[in-house]
Design a protein around this ligand. Sequence first.
Ligand code: DMJ
Length: 577
Amino acid sequence: MPTPKSKIGFGALALLLLFISTPAMSKISYRESAKKKYLSEKVREMFYHAYDNYIAHAFPHDELKPLTKTYTDSLSELGNLKLEHLPQNYNGSALTLIESLSSLVVMGNNTEFERAVLWLSENLTFDVDARINLFECNIRALGGLLSAHILATDSTNRLVLGMYKNQLLSLAEDLGRRFLCAFDTPTGLPYAWINLKYGVMENETTETSTSGCGSLILEMGALSRLTGDPRFEAASLRALRKLWSMRSSLDLLGTTLDVVTGQWIEYSSGIGAGVDSFYEYLMKAHVLFGSDEFWDMFHSAYLAVQKYFRHGPWYHEADMRTGKATYWQLTSLQAFWPGLQILVGDIEAANSSHREFFHVWERFGVLPERYLLDREMLHPTEKYYPLRPELAESTLYLYQATKDPWYIEVGESIVKSLNTYTKVEGGFASVKDVTTMQLEDHQHSFFLAETCKYLYLLFNDSFLANQNYIFTTEGHPFPVRSAWHEKLPETYALNNWTSAKDENQVIRASAMSLQVCPDTLTLRRNGSPSVGSACHVLDARADHRCLVDEDCGIELTTCRKRTCSLAGYCGLWLFFL
Ligand code: DMJ
């Protein structure tokens, strides 16, 4: 007797919306808003310290090396762990500038945004002999340009009138066309690597990741909607559908696959590296384009994650064929998951995982890339922290959903650590080893696109006040527009659910007391919404009595099916299996 999908997903969202728009019970104190103001200024300073140093020492190359105050043309190195086939004559694509565009708008610096748009319009070209990673180039360059184009055109006062003639969109379209050759495979799954000038290289590897095939739809879909050329959306949708068709009977996917044979290479997967944004894009594509197909995929995929990967607040990896646990590891990338859970309305689960990630952050001062949960030790070669945004991202989502001031404290602690451990004269440097806090000479572009942006929005969300946005996996905002929706679900049309407009909202019990958002768990029997978690299905009777298994629902926290005991009660009687 499963609850219809619309009730599961949108019910949870509707609860979240209800929660967000509840009338004020107590005002946010003057002290708290002063603190937020102070912290937002602190983050603004951080952003400009990173940005100004990039402009001074690295622009128009890709990324800044903050320790030596020089640059790296790293677009061709992203995802290229063995640093193979590096270009001889590539001088960068101003990657960090592209990545900074939307952050400049979020922070209200229209003058610098205009300067950057002008420079890119006149100087940027993708006709370069460089082998790049499709996924990385898509989320950073294509996403950055598209978001900036939309931001440039959605306001009359952002750019000097008449100076912008869709140049960023033309650049994005040119880049998108260069991507298309990657999809020319027997399966429609794209190659992970292409040369921007010459297309797919001879003897190119046919191995790619789940994210590499499944996280293109937001940018490529937006490109089609903006240009009217359907090829971008069609190619990425075909790839996504093919990928989804490769799921196991448990609705699980692996981590790596072959784009020619369509066979899995690595059957183990989790919610971290190589897979993370696949889940994220299913949900966000549903929000951006309104298609039920994305929701249906996301819903099944999400339930499978909660069922097979989740262990209390942690997520381990599992074999897609059997659902059996494989690797018990916490990775820094997984910290985005609670933010995604907020979009689903699964606040309780989001809160408990976020808390654990923050404890690890507090223990080390930053989040280590990989921690072995079963051996309770850091991964010997992955002790680094490359200024990643995921914890800040989830903190922003949780704060927006709950207005619990504890999340401001989390943000404050993140800001403090970043300034203490990673700030150097020439910018912000990655941490090479979290046990020694030794630094590495690299300021990743996502520090400006995501880390600073999410922290800033946590303390100052005025950018979100008048428009609903979906943030791409690289933190670039795309407005949610009814014109892009095949069918606009009511929950998105009527409310601004990326942002709580009113500061004067209910302040819930602190997340630290494990009582955050109790309202979302108030389950109503007659009438929707009837769930507090995306997978939760109530037992048929309020007293949990049953005659057959079908009378029992699905457990809120474990997403396991409850069964009817011999004594006639629903429960998780098989939990030990
Ligand atoms: C970003 O490039 C994107 O968020 C991507 O999806 C994975 N994570 C990095 C930053 O950590």
